[in-house]
Design a protein around this ligand. Sequence first.
Ligand SMILES: [Zn+2]
Length: 303
Amino acid sequence: MYPWLKVFHNRLQDSFSQQRFHHAQLFHGLEGVGKSSLVSELAESLLCNNTQAELIRCGSCKSCNLLKAQSHPDLFLLTAEQNSIGVDDIRSLNDFIFHSAQQGGNKVVVIEQIEKMTESAANALLKTLEEPASKRYILMTCNDVSKIKATILSRCNKVQVNIGDTYHIAPWLGQLGIDVSVHPWTELFYDQPLLLERWLKLGIMNEVDNLWKVAHDIVRISDIAALDNELNKDPSLLSVFSRFLMSAAKQRVMNGQLGFVQYQHCVTSIEQFLSDHHQVLGINRALSLSKLIFGLQRAMKQD
Ligand SMILES: [Zn+2]
């Protein structure tokens, strides 16, 4: 388990031992903080045949072996592989909960990114949450809790997953082989360390380095197509680039290269760009990217 998740696991462990473990748990926090990892750890422990008062899987029982083979019949996994989680997905989840457990123990539902539920899916889930059934657990994750209906929130135990103290992140990254002194931007992601792990696995650390350089040299950028191409390599890179741009603009203010009004223009353009991408499906990205870049250049050249 990731070292910063232990404190959350311990707390849940306590509530489990004291039989206060809520049937519906919502884990929220930034992308890359480890919510999914914590949830799958919990799901596996809840399904293990040898879990008694301790919420720890044994790793060798029939259930644990089924989990390793990714074929446990009492685990239902719902991820928003498409852009949304629809009402049919929630209906099949309800069917799953209703039928008895094939292994005779608990049944566990995992829903990733519940903010992607449609309105009718959320209503269908609400009914399920209102009628808790014995030995049924619903574990959910979400990156943005503000997008979740209050009626749903009020029926879950909410756990905000975060890093807490960041002092152990640099050594942890070091173990992965990421030298934080080589990549000056790593500190910006100490609260989302699994993003770094993912970029390392995808082999795109150089691309992120390059986005950092581009963000700091935005006045001279003209090849929008190349930049767009780079941003295409992972869905997380769009918000990363925006974060780099924010950081670079702040830097210019501190160096006296950018006035406050111009800085505000920059912030507005970056926020607009981000919200367009989160809200408008099928947006022409190259176009909105050039709008952003030219907007920033205009603001910076006015100084
Ligand atoms: Zn087991």
